[in-house]
Design a protein around this ligand. Structure first.
Ligand code: SF4
Length: 618
């Protein structure tokens, strides 16, 4: 049997919240290696432990929090933590991950992963320190925002250096796109993991660790690290990444006519210069923010520089926030975006879904589907900045019609009817992130087939669309999406950031060398990608078991019916027939049947025989 000598600390904590009981389990080497870590471990544990047709907000759902074998080690950006559960947003497999310092601290406290099961009878927080886990009363903290609870816990525990993952009022109120905030400014935003944590009455997880994380070959690790760091710091893109982070992409999406604007009606924003990276640098950014061991430091700490919210600061915005809350809700000024970002972070809501939901509600209001009375008197129109702020609070607190929109655009549209389904911009119940796909077939396919619902992170294929042509539905695009769906999420399994690979040219092979140095287990890039493919198929199997059908591998109606109104792709929409063919080709290339179910052959090939037996049981 393959035995690891490092990378993993070798322990998983099982926390039964119903019984207030904590048990520690040893990590089985075969499991560790086959699923690598992070979302890979989460998916396998979900398949094994969560029964089919589980209520995402019921006690049988489990919130699994997993680090990766590289988290907390000498690897650039090795601070990623995965949070996974059956998603309350989609009802299917859900996960989300965050950077910063939580996972290094958790491993130094002696745990690779936590399984939160059952439900506490009253609010609690977890205090984890050097191998010990306590469930503590959180009555005092319940009702606080994420930023406040983090401050309070640090003060009350008398240690500025503890790391905190927490939920805000949105998580407490089971808003379907509630997030988990780590280290003030980093969010596990997507798929409603904050609502799962809220349903279990867990307000926060505070961690402090001083134990060593074992490394099989520290010398080799140090050498690879130093070489990678030299390559990163000498790379020409470092300058713009440090100055603007992902905010540089506002100009790029504007130029390439794919910047979501006014609920994805337009693909350019006439006021984009008011919310872009340049204006941020000139007027708002006061510091860089970095995750563990990362020289890129793509995070921006910004402060509102004038107006009623002057002085409010937040880690952000980044591109997704600036596009979804900025152009998509037609906020004209960066200061407004920063304040809305602050509200979302503190209330504990995913900025991508929140921006999408607000823009959808505005369109509903402008079309007369909801009224001022439904909104407690708010005039929710594009351009009314204060109304956006007020509505974000209404959603998090589930006040008035905010209660309905807290369910996400899919469920809100199902209830509202009157044609609103056509402009509810989501896939499988997860709101689409910041790229218009009407002239981007690969990106459209990436959204339609992403394992958690529409999310750019699984396969950022829009660059490829722009490179090879924006009218083309060919097999190469399908193949590209599949390749990206294996390479990008691999980083969430290893517990490290993908930007060093994507932006500064660190080869995938270097991560195989890092893995060997950390664990002492020989591997190859092919092995790692195979593990990622295994997990992609396992995530699909979980969703199929929950009832997912191929009908949901589809895009919102607006992508097919409302032409892009401007720019060099003016008039573009996706063609339904051609797009359907792309989805079929995707199934075929993946080894799935025509219903989008991984075949027995494919699952067996990937070493998932037991999964295949159950999934295909007569
Ligand atoms: S590139 Fe950005 S997100 Fe990635 S590790 Fe560095 S600071 Fe974190």
């Amino acid at each position: 049997m393959t035995q690891f000598k490092g990378g993993y600390v070798g322990k998983i904590a099982r926390i039964n919240l119903t019984k207030s009981k904590v048990e520690t389990e040893k990590v089985k080497p075969a499991f560790a290696v086959k699923y690598l870590g992070g979302r890979g471990w989460c998916a396998r544990l979900m398949w094994d432990e969560i029964p089919a047709h589980t209520d995402p907000l019921g006690p049988k759902n489990k919130l699994i929090i997993a680090t990766g074998p590289l988290s907390g080690l000498l690897v650039p950006g090795a601070g990623k933590t995965s949070f996974a559960a059956i998603s309350p947003a989609t009802g299917y497999y859900g996960d989300s991950n965050t950077g910063a310092m939580f996972s290094p601290e958790l491993k130094q406290a002696g745990f690779d992963a936590l399984i939160l099961e059952g439900k506490a009878s009253k609010p609690i927080y977890l205090w984890i320190e050097d191998g010990k886990i306590e469930l503590r009363n959180a009555d005092f903290y319940w009702g606080m925002g994420c930023l406040e609870v983090e401050d309070s816990l640090k003060k009350d525990l008398g240690d500025e250096l503890i790391r905190v993952a927490s939920i805000g009022q949105a998580g407490e109120n089971l808003v379907k796109f509630a997030c988990i905030t780590c280290d003030y400014g980093r969010q596990a935003g997507r798929t409603g993991m904050g609502a799962v944590m809220g349903s279990k009455k867990v307000k926060a997880i505070a961690v402090r660790g001083s134990l060593d994380i074992p490394v099989a070959d520290p010398e080799a690790m140090q050498k690879i690290f130093e070489k990678s760091m030299r390559q990163i710091v000498q790379h020409p893109v470092l300058d713009i990444w440090r100055r603007q982070g992902t905010m540089q992409f506002i100009d790029w999406t504007q130029e390439n006519v794919c910047l979501p604007t006014r609920n994805f009606l337009s693909a350019t924003y006439e006021k984009y210069r008011g919310i872009n990276g340049d204006i941020m640098e000139k007027t708002a950014k006061v510091a860089d923010r970095s995750c563990f061991a990362c020289p890129i430091a793509c995070g921006n700490f910004c402060i509102v520089n004038k107006g009623p919210h002057k002085g409010i600061g937040v880690e952000g915005p980044e591109y997704e926030t600036a596009s979804m809350i900025g152009s998509n809700c037609a906020l004209p000024k960066l200061g407004d975006v920063i304040y809305a970002n602050y509200l979302c972070d503190n209330l504990g809501m995913d900025t991508i879904s929140a921006g999408n939901v607000v823009a959808f509600a505005i369109e509903c209001y402008e079309k007369g589907i909801i009224t001022k009375e439904d909104l407690n008197g708010i005039e929710l129109k594009f351009g009314n900045t204060q109304a956006v702020f007020d509505f974000l609070e209404m959603i998090a607190k589930r006040e008035a019609v905010g209660d309905l929109f807290a369910e996400g655009v899919k469920k809100a549209a199902e209830k509202l009817g009157k044609g609103s389904e056509k402009f509810a911009i989501q896939v499988k119940g997860l709101e689409i992130s910041g790229y218009d796909v009407r002239a981007a077939q690969a990106m459209g396919l990436a959204y339609a087939t992403a394992d958690i619902g529409a999310h750019h992170n699984r396969a950022w294929a829009i660059g490829y669309d722009i490179e090879v042509g924006r009218e083309n539905y060919d097999k190469k695009k399908v193949k590209k999406v599949i390749d990206l769906q294996h390479s990008r999420p691999l980083f969430d399994m290893l517990g490290t950031c993908r930007f060093q690979w994507l932006e500064t040219g660190i080869e995938l092979d270097v991560y195989a060398r890092f893995y060997e140095a950390a664990t002492g287990i020989k591997t190859t890039t092919e092995n790692l990608l195979r593990a990622s493919e295994r997990v992609y198929n396992l995530a699909r199997a979980i969703s199929v078991r929950e009832g997912l059908t191929s009908k949901e591998d589809w895009l919102p109606e607006r992508s097919f019916t409302d032409p892009v109104p401007e720019g060099h792709v003016k008039g573009a929409t996706l063609d339904k027939r051609k797009f359907k063919r792309m989805v079929k080709t995707y199934y075929k290339l993946r080894g799935w049947d025509e219903k989008g179910v991984p075949t027995q052959k494919k699952l067996d090939e990937l070493g998932l025989k037991d999964v295949s037996k159950k999934l295909h049981a007569p």
